[in-house]
Design a protein around this ligand. Structure first.
Ligand code: C2E
Ligand code: MG
Ligand code: MG
Ligand code: MG
Length: 293
């Protein structure tokens, strides 16, 4: 297609590049300020037990209320933060904000056994004072380590294996669990799973989206279920968008699910409302199955 577009293709590309760099400059200039002011916020996406509808965890997902560009998703600014050494600061803000929110839900009796999942960037993970900074925040809000679970992406794990191991060991000592995010897309070697003290895997959305339609994806998820079972890890499927995907996950024995079908990421008030109403999400499309049981 690029070939056929000829000169036009190049012009379009340049325009896109210009827009990309403009956004990048803007983000670099404003993100630090955004971290310091109140311009960042967290939305939360429930993780649901497909057997019961119970909300087991919520994942904190950062957003930026940009003065002129509207509500920005992390896809537009996380990479820039990482390339411009703002990732540490952004990451600290996220962990503190998520813990603060969790403590607030807890103080209203809403947290129960809920786990707050927090994404962590590679920059944070290899920082020497990371474990201490997490411990400090937990203490500030009077939370147990088990209240939170940190999510790291798979490709990060291998980048600096030695440091990652030390950090995960430290987190384990303060009771903080770690999940491998986007599992199945990186260099998932079984020896890494063996060497690292992680407690959960999140199956990458790419294997979940077409479940029920794509037999290969079904086979992959099935084998990850087996893997998680043998390592004694919790398994979460991300990107559950269709009823057939949810039903297939149930059949495959993957009970923890997250996705637009169940709930989009929502502001904290919406989570509080769900938790006050019993902490369940209705799964009417799975009812037929329970009738048969
Ligand atoms: P992730 O950790 O894998 O989070 C899941 C992403 O998938 C979220 O996008 C979520 O809105 C989206 N999602 C959930 N269910 C569905 C679904 O059914 N269909 C589709 N198409 N998408 C779904 P979001 O919020 O845009 O975040 C994107 C990524 O940005 C995250 O992927 C994570 O890697 C990163 N991120 C988000 N918040 C933070 C943060 O606070 N710190 C760091 N370091 N990274 C973050
Ligand atoms: Mg995540
Ligand atoms: Mg993911
Ligand atoms: Mg991701």
């Amino acid at each position: 297609a690029a070939k056929g577009a000829g000169g036009n293709g190049i012009a379009v590309f340049t325009e896109e590049m210009r827009a990309f760099y403009a956004l990048r400059d803007d983000i670099e200039l404003n993100l630090r300020h955004a971290v310091e002011s109140d311009a960042l916020l967290l939305h939360y996406q429930p993780e649901v037990d497909l057997r019961t509808g119970e909300i087991l965890a919520v994942e904190a997902l950062v957003r930026w209320q940009h003065p002129t560009r509207g509500l920005l998703l992390p896809g537009t600014f996380i990479e820039v933060a990482e390339a411009t050494n703002l990732a540490g600061e952004l990451g600290r803000w996220v962990i503190r904000a998520a813990c603060k929110q969790f403590a607030e839900w807890k103080s209203h009796g809403l947290a129960g056994d809920l786990v707050m999942r927090i994404n962590v960037s590679p920059v944070q993970l290899v920082s020497l004072d990371f474990v201490a900074s997490v411990a400090t925040v937990l203490m500030e809000f009077g939370l147990a380590g088990s209240s939170i679970c940190l999510e790291i992406t798979e490709h990060v794990v291998v980048q600096d294996m030695v440091r990652t191991r030390i950090t995960l060991e430290g987190l384990r000592k303060i009771g903080v669990a770690v999940a491998i995010d986007d599992f199945g897309t990186g260099y998932s070697s079984l020896s890494h799973l063996k060497a690292l003290t992680v407690s959960a895997l999140k199956v990458d959305q790419g294997f979940v989206r077409r479940l029920g339609h794509d037999d290969n994806d079904g086979a992959i998820v099935k084998s990850i279920v087996g893997l998680a079972d043998s390592f004694g890890l919790d398994l979460v499927a991300e990107g559950v968008e269709t009823e057939i995907a949810a039903r297939t996950l149930l059949e495959l024995g993957c009970y923890r699910a997250q996705g637009f079908l169940l709930s989009r990421p929502v502001p904290p008030e919406a989570i509080a409302k769900l938790l006050s109403a019993g902490g369940k999400i209705a799964l009417p499309f799975l009812d037929r199955r329970s009738e048969r049981v």
